[in-house]
Every structure is written in structure tokens, then in C-alpha cells.
Design a protein around this ligand. Structure first.
Ligand SMILES: [Zn+2]
Length: 335
């Protein structure tokens, strides 16, 4: 191929690969009904199935231009090893964001104690897997778990990723249990710092955003999934005003296309502001790549080649602008 240009690979900072199988299932009233279907799917997973199916999903990621993935994994330790092996086969850098799950969900998600969870994490590390500490959410982890996990992540300088503020109900439940909102609880429990990534933050209020900014924590936006599940809009400008870093995730994998995630993010910003200059093109590309790498604690990951002769790009004056604002991932040259 002659007419190509190189770019840093995109980084998928939040992925649940098994949920790819739900992409055609649009029945269900809301997020919580979708969650029931997701739990049924999760219940039946096995290491063999994960090893097989994740190669397919990670290959799709690779072909779409993602060369690194943070797999937010709550299906068990043997399945975690299978995910790591699947990523190696597909040629994608993986950081296994091994999930701590104390309560709710289904039985296979849960560890008996923080010590049992950390034992699993140490076993992954001992086998050479890159890992992050991932309390699932303030729904799934009580305060004492959050405190211990925050301490461990800080001591070991590991990424800490956690879902927060995706749905209003989660915030109401947190207020009822703790008298504070999810990101306030994460701050109190010592879970916010420069290695922290809060996934979604869709309904974060001003004080919660201030806490993220003060801690230099990031937000992982997953716009195609957040749209599909009816989560809401990320308050993009309010994050930017506070200098909060943003990265992207394919999350439920209803779509696998980093350009579409970035375009959705920019579209939200334009609709909310009535302006076209909220993000520069360099800022969007950095969100798609460097910010994700930093969120996962990666120093390097493979580049990609873009086919400038593809009909979606041929003859345009500003290829990078056309890439983000007008192309699908089909323009990524597959090696
Ligand atoms: Zn998620």
C-alpha cells in the first residue's frame, strides 16, 4: 500500500468484550433491563469461551485501530488469564482491570474479601499480566473495600478504574447509604488520584467534577454505549473547564470504532455548547490515544496506518479533520 499515513494507535480504556454478543439485542426498557440480559450472558461464560470469543472481539478492535485495551473484567480469575491470552493472539496490548466485587451482581463476580481479591491480582501479576485495580462501583463495593483498594493501588502505583455516576439510581442509592454522591465517596475512601479513571461520570455534579480535577483523575467516556443504554450526556464542557482528562472506551462494544466514539463526544460538545470549536482535532486524537494510554499506565503501544486512498479520505485537504469528523474505522489499513 502506498498512500498511507501513520498515527498513534487508539486506546480502548474500557471494554467488556463478552458484551459484544448483546449488540443485536435491543429489547428491554432501560439500563436496568439491559443489565438483566447482561447478567444472564455473564453467568454462562467459561475460560474456553472467553479464550475463543475474545480473540474475535480483540481482532475487531485491532482492525478498527485500537492497539491497546483495558479489559474491565469481572468473570473470574481463570477467565482473566484467558482474556490476556486472547489479547496476545489478536495482537492487542492488554491491561487487565481486574474487578473487585463484594455484593450484588451474580455469585461468580464476587470475592469473599479484599484479601481474596488481592490474591487474585497478585497471581495475575506473577504471570506477567499488566493489571489495574478495579472496584466495580460504589454499588458493588462497600466503603471499607474502597479504602483498602485505594490504598493498595496507591502503594503499588497501579491504575485504579471504577464505574461511577452512569445512572441516576446509583446516585440516589449512594446518597441513601452514605449521605454523599459516588465520586464524593470515592474521594473520601482514598480512591481518587492521578492514576484514577472514573468510567462514565455522566451525571456527576459540580462538586464531584471539582474533586476529579483536584485529584487529577480522568474520566473515561463511552459515548456509543452511553447512547445505546440511555445513560445521558457527558457534561463535556464542564470537564474541559476544570482541565479533567478524558479518554474513550468501547465498553459494551455495541460499536467498535474509535472514530465514532470521538465524533460522538465532539457531537455532544457541539450540541451542548452551540459551538464548533470546543475540541481541537489534536485534542480529540489525544483523547483517543495518549489519554487512554496514560489511564492504563502504558508507555507505548503500536501505531496504526490509515489508508489515505480510501474513498472516505481521498482528495480531502485536512486528512486528520476528515478522519475524525467524516470517517468510519474502515479507513484503518489492516496489516
Ligand atoms: Zn463498564
Amino acid at each position: 500500500m502506498t498512500d498511507v499515513f501513520q498515527l498513534p494507535g487508539f486506546v480502548d480504556a474500557h471494554c467488556h468484550a463478552f458484551q459484544r454478543a448483546l449488540r443485536g439485542r435491543t429489547e428491554g426498557a432501560d439500563f436496568w433491563a439491559w443489565r438483566d440480559a447482561m447478567l444472564e450472558l455473564a453467568r454462562g461464560q467459561s475460560p474456553t469461551q472467553v479464550r475463543h470469543d475474545y480473540v474475535t472481539v480483540y481482532s475487531e478492535l485491532r482492525h478498527a485501530g485500537y492497539t491497546a485495551v483495558g479489559e474491565f473484567h469481572y468473570l473470574g480469575l481463570d477467565e482473566a488469564f484467558a482474556a490476556v491470552d486472547a489479547a496476545a493472539e489478536a495482537g492487542v496490548e492488554i491491561v487487565l482491570l481486574h474487578v473487585a466485587y463484594a455484593r450484588g451482581g451474580i455469585e461468580r463476580f464476587r470475592q469473599a474479601s479484599v484479601a481474596a481479591y488481592l490474591d487474585e491480582l497478585e497471581r495475575l501479576r506473577a504471570r506477567g499480566a499488566r493489571v489495574g485495580v478495579a472496584p466495580h462501583s460504589v454499588r458493588a463495593c462497600p466503603r471499607d473495600w474502597l479504602e483498602q483498594l485505594g490504598r493498595y493501588a496507591a502503594e503499588h502505583e497501579l491504575p485504579l478504574h471504577v464505574h461511577a455516576d452512569e445512572q441516576p439510581r446509583e446516585i440516589e442509592e449512594c446518597l441513601a447509604e452514605h449521605g454523599m454522591r459516588p465520586i464524593e465517596l470515592l474521594a473520601e475512601a482514598g480512591c481518587l488520584g492521578p492514576h484514577t479513571t472514573v468510567v462514565h461520570a455522566t451525571h456527576a455534579d459540580g462538586r464531584e467534577l471539582d474533586l476529579l480535577s483536584q485529584a487529577r483523575a480522568r474520566v473515561c467516556a463511552c459515548p456509543t454505549t452511553e447512547a445505546n443504554l440511555g445513560d445521558g450526556f457527558l457534561p463535556v464542557e464542564r470537564l474541559l473547564h476544570r482541565g479533567i482528562g478524558i479518554c474513550i472506551g468501547s465498553d459494551s462494544n455495541v460499536r467498535i470504532d474509535p472514530l465514532e466514539e470521538l465524533r460522538e463526544l465532539d457531537g455532544i460538545a457541539r450540541r451542548q455548547s452551540g459551538r464548533r470549536d470546543v475540541f481541537t482535532i489534536d485534542a480529540l486524537l489525544s483523547i483517543g490515544s495518549d489519554e487512554g494510554g496514560a489511564a492504563l499506565g502504558l508507555e507505548s503501544w503500536p501505531e496504526i496506518a490509515v489508508d489515505a486512498s480510501h474513498p472516505q479520505l481521498r482528495g480531502v485537504e485536512e486528512p486528520l479533520c476528515a478522519l475524525v469528523h467524516g470517517c468510519s474505522a474502515d479507513v484503518v489499513a489492516v496489516d
